[in-house]
Write a protein that binds this ligand. Structure first.
Ligand SMILES: Cc1ncc(COP(=O)(O)O)c(C=O)c1O
Length: 439
């Protein structure tokens, strides 16, 4: 302390860090010692080649997902994230909620496998009472719900219908479940019901994964007549529809339409949603809602995965959504997202041309930006990353050949301070790629 002129607190922190890093060894009652250095690596490197034989060919790839989950450098201008940036998360509310939750007796104990009753009731109410609280199972985020639904409602080798383009995390979950993905084309209004009916017929599928409201990535909203047609097609095929209602709280222009689940009487729709999107990605609390035998299958699948969602997360979620500030947060979100969507869209149209973005999404988190014909989306993604601009190539979202090249740009993380120069730089990248002859 005397030599470095620092406080005892600083020294203690430094010692704790060195112990954590394995440089020092603190032995209670004896003192603090310099730790034994780790053995030098003199032996031959391990031979891991046997693993390739044991594992056989790769069954599933989550490469696109790994790119999305990678943490950006602080300098990056991030446009490839499907969560709220920290400044739009209700961090003070979550801190207060978790402080209250952690004091609850039994908080680190076992929880009901299907979730806390009050939280299930809250999620049920958010479905406009399409589901009864007993039909809700709490799960750690929508991804877990989607993965459980794919495994519980279809057997390996069976077909799964998906919109194309669709959420790449759902594609990764489908591959991991051994399902055969069958793409169904979409247009500006979402999935085409005529082709959906045909896909059910041709493939014999009994499962369709669908985002009817502010789809990721294209931002489409299925109009009421198509919603009816989707439910009819599912009923005719005797199939389930997994409705990923992830973006209901991200309506910007007007209110979102009623969910598919709200018009489903006979248990065709299994709905997933979560708080990770409208609160914070680390608040991994979501719900999977289903009726009948499907509910039982899903519950079994969830239990086999990880027993139950930790009490600290469930209680924090309950405290958060019951706080008076929660409704205020959702309102602030709407105006914040509108501002960011409009600023990014204006910059895209200015620098990449109006044809790059013919329509504004009425909600959600993303712009689906068309690239000029012949420009490789992957080359743009890679070259933009070299300039610290993170975007996602459209091809990752297509389970089959894409009709044109696209970029998905997330507007929630688009800071108005850098949007304009960032889009100017992205347009330069697009022009560079345009000049590279394609093979
Ligand atoms: C459409 C869609 N569904 C589900 C998820 C997964 O979200 P969660 O964090 O709730 O698992 C995402 C995340 O990006 C998404 O975009």
């Amino acid at each position: 302390m005397a030599e470095l002129r620092v406080s005892p607190v600083t020294i203690q922190k430094a010692l704790d860090t060195l112990v954590r890093d394995g440089v020092l060894d603190a032995r209670p009652g004896l003192g603090t010692f310099v730790a034994e250095p780790p053995p030098a690596e003199t032996a031959a490197p391990a031979d891991l080649a046997w693993q390739s034989l044991a594992l056989g060919p790769a069954r599933a790839s989550a490469a696109g997902l790994a790119g999305l989950l990678a943490l950006p450098s602080p300098a990056a201008r991030t446009l490839n994230v499907a969560y709220l940036p920290e400044e739009m998360q209700p961090t003070a509310l979550i801190a207060a909620a978790s402080a209250r939750a952690v004091r609850r007796p039994g908080i680190w104990g076992r929880m009901p496998a299907e979730g806390l009753p009050a939280l299930r009731a809250w999620f049920a109410a958010r479905t406009d009472h399409a589901y009864h609280p007993r039909e809700v199972t709490v799960c750690p985020g929508t991804q877990a719900g989607i993965a459980a639904a794919f495994r519980a409602l279809a057997a390996p080798g069976e077909p799964l219908l998906v919109e194309t383009p669709t959420y790449l995390g759902a594609l990764a979950a489908a591959h991991a479940a051994g399902l055969r993905v069958v793409p169904v084309p979409t247009d500006a209004e979402g999935v085409r019901p005529d082709l959906l009916r045909e896909a059910f017929q041709r493939s014999g599928a009994r499962l369709f994964y669908c985002q009817p409201t502010f789809s990721n990535p294209a931002g489409t909203v299925l109009p009421p007549e198509r919603r009816r047609a989707v439910l009819e097609a599912a009923a005719l095929a005797g199939a389930f529809v997994v409705e990923d209602d992830w973006a209901r709280d991200f309506a910007i222009d007007g209110d979102p339409p009623p969910s598919l689940a709200s018009a489903d009487r006979d248990g065709h729709v299994v709905q997933v949603r979560s708080l990770t999107k409208c609160a914070a990605p680390g608040l991994r609390v979501g719900a999977i809602c289903a009726r009948g035998a499907a509910l039982e299958r899903l519950r079994q699948a969830r239990m086999a995965d990880d027993f139950f969602v930790p009490g600290i997360l469930q209680e924090t979620a309950l405290e958060l959504v019951s706080a008076p500030g929660w409704a205020r947060h959702l309102r602030a979100l709407r105006s914040g997202l509108r501002q960011r969507r409009d600023a990014l869209a204006a910059a895209v149209r200015r620098h990449l041309g109006p044809e790059a973005l013919p329509r504004l999404p009425a909600g959600g988190l993303h712009l689906w930006v068309a690239l000029p014909p012949g420009v490789s989306d992957l080359a743009v993604e890679q070259r933009a990353a070299l300039r610290d601009i993170l975007v996602t190539a459209g091809r990752h979202w297509h389970p089959a050949e894409a009709a044109g090249a696209f970029l998905r740009l997330s507007f929630a993380t688009a800071d108005p301070a850098w949007v304009e120069p960032c889009m100017a730089a992205l347009a330069e990248v697009v022009r560079e790629v345009e000049l590279v002859p394609t093979r």
